[in-house]
Ligand binder design. Sequence first.
Ligand code: PEP
Ligand code: MG
Length: 567
Amino acid sequence: MIKGIAASAGISVSKVFKLQHPVVNVERREANVDEEIKKLADAITATQNDIEAIKANAVGRLADEELAIFDAHLMVTQDPEFVGQIEEVIKSENVNAEFAVNQIASTFIGMFESMDDPYFRERAADIKDVTYRIQTHVLGLIIPDLTTINEEVVIVAEDLTPSDTAQLNRDFVKGFATEIGGRTSHSAIMARSLEIPAVVGAGALLDKCEHGQDIILDAIDGVIIFNPSDAQKEEYAAKGQAFADHKESLKALKDAESKTTDGHVVELAGNIGTPKDVEGVLNNGGEGVGLYRTEFLYMDASELPSEEDQFVAYKEVLENMAPGRVVVRTLDIGGDKELSYLKFPHEMNPFLGYRAIRLCLDRTDIFRVQLRALLRASVYGKLSIMFPMIATLQEFRDAKALVEDEKKNLSKEGIAYSDDIELGMMVEIPAAAMLADQFAKEADFFSIGTNDLIQYSMAADRMNEKVSYLYQPYNPSILRLVKMTIDGAHKEGKWCGMCGEMAGDEKAIPLLLGLGLDEFSMSASSILEARRIIRDLSFAEMQKLAEEALNKATTEEVLELLSQYVK
Ligand code: PEP
Ligand code: MG
């Protein structure tokens, strides 16, 4: 039994799909020329078949320009110059095929990489990719391919990239287990929005399992069992069924009000990463979108998304969520989120560096395109725009001024936008929380980003397992910052939400309710449980609970208090 962090609830009893790229060993060996020539030819055919299959699977899922990459890969395998030179090395030097492939490929890669034209530099990446595939076939190794999964599996990997998670087919992928990451890492967030059970940060896994082996993934208690006994399989299947039954019973609350026993009403909204996720929010009774993380639009592309591409995505979300509110967060890139096509400076502390609004206010060329797309989409629903990582009032004013400027530009061009767009900000830097009353004079709303607020308050990197003990949402210091933010907003008649993971944490909900939070935005799959909890609570009592919690000294004391109030 291996313990990890339960990142997206659910249970799966299934088979292991090992997502591990095999290591290719290209040592030079004396070899039989005919055998090696045949191995090479077979490997090239197998590579071509792979590429055709991956492409066929991706049609409809990827854009035309992304599909074109597969054609480029095919062309490499068909290039007589490339293949001929490899054969020549095998024949003249009596060496093994994978070594010959490596030698010729390195020459081609070196040549292309040194060219100025970006088109040719990209060809170097194509050759690397294809070479790796040919070599694995020569050596009889298997490269796992997520798009070809056609039976029920649990993926076991070191970590999943955003594009890995984007390829997951929910019909077959019944869960995933990763070696690294925490509840707020992006693979965990994606798992929750796709409603796929996930256990993350479990330490060494790949060394402990075989492809195709039986696995139990308990993403309620964060447990992974390889090679379970029949009795264990039965036990966990029953636990999974009970979980599914409870989920089913919550569906009765889909259209119910999010109202306490004494009549206090709050809003429950969903966090999304792509337009497709709106469906999950609606199915789970979400009243709006409290956080649309637009960076996925940029991360899943091979160049900056155009104004038109962005407009289409924002319009789709607004239309599907209408009349509910959609809070769109402007580009929050940098830190752990990089773009392959945009150079970021190397930084000692990327989380404290050039990211989010800091980058957008510097690269207004990029920012303005997003703002125009948002303004144009605003006529299709109820849009609120939110700026990430605001530290000073000047940053908020500068961002707001750019919005006003783009409104003027659109007016000049005769393009419509809504005259009812709220402009708000994330409160995720302690400086903003401390000064919330001042910010509230100029911002229409706040949304508290606890994922970052906690890391910055405790000076503990949210990705670093060594300091994860400092990641304490219930620490009274964090509760006081949350309280200051909510009170600051209310003083100016503004609303305050929360879109960090804490908002969907069952234990935290009574406390946040008592602190006066107006809107809770969370993974779609947590919304109904949150509604059930809120409908059982008295607002007046939770206000007393919050008051007491604020005066505790430690996380443990707060948790002890919570356990007395909440069943
Ligand atoms: C947060 O920081 O709480 C947040 C919601 O943003 P992200 O997790 O995308 O940084
Ligand atoms: Mg954040």
